[in-house]
Design a protein around this ligand. Structure first.
Ligand code: FES
Length: 109
């Protein structure tokens, strides 16, 4: 059976949703499977929509590869404020190191 970890999503309204995330899935897939409404993911992870925008915590950023040029380009088109900790969740693969981490979702996608 696929290994699972716990992730917490905090919505723009400060609602916390705790979900099981399958290691190897993207954070976007995890959000969609768990009905996190603030992740729209129109393009299904093809990096052409920017509607899977999330804000990460420093502890998560520290263990992830940096965003590549394609992701950085798409981040320029996000609907909510782009911050230093903005990422596109379809480009973030759930790993065991992310156990218990928190991901914030923006109001608009
Ligand atoms: S789901 Fe479209 S860019 Fe991430």
């Amino acid at each position: 059976m696929a290994k699972e970890i716990t992730l917490h999503f905090i919505t723009s309204a400060d609602e916390t949703l705790t979900v099981d995330a399958v290691v190897g899935d993207s954070v976007m897939e995890t959000a969609v499977k768990n009905d996190i409404d603030e992740i729209v993911a129109e393009c299904g992870g093809s990096l052409i929509c920017s509607t899977c925008h999330v804000y990460l915590e420093d502890s998560t950023i520290a263990i992830l590869p940096e965003a590549d040029d394609s992701e950085l380009d798409m981040l320029e088109g996000v609907a909510s404020e782009r911050k230093e900790n903005s990422r596109l969740s379809c480009q973030i693969i759930v790993s065991e190191e992310m156990e218990g981490h928190t991901i914030r979702t923006p109001q608009d996608q």
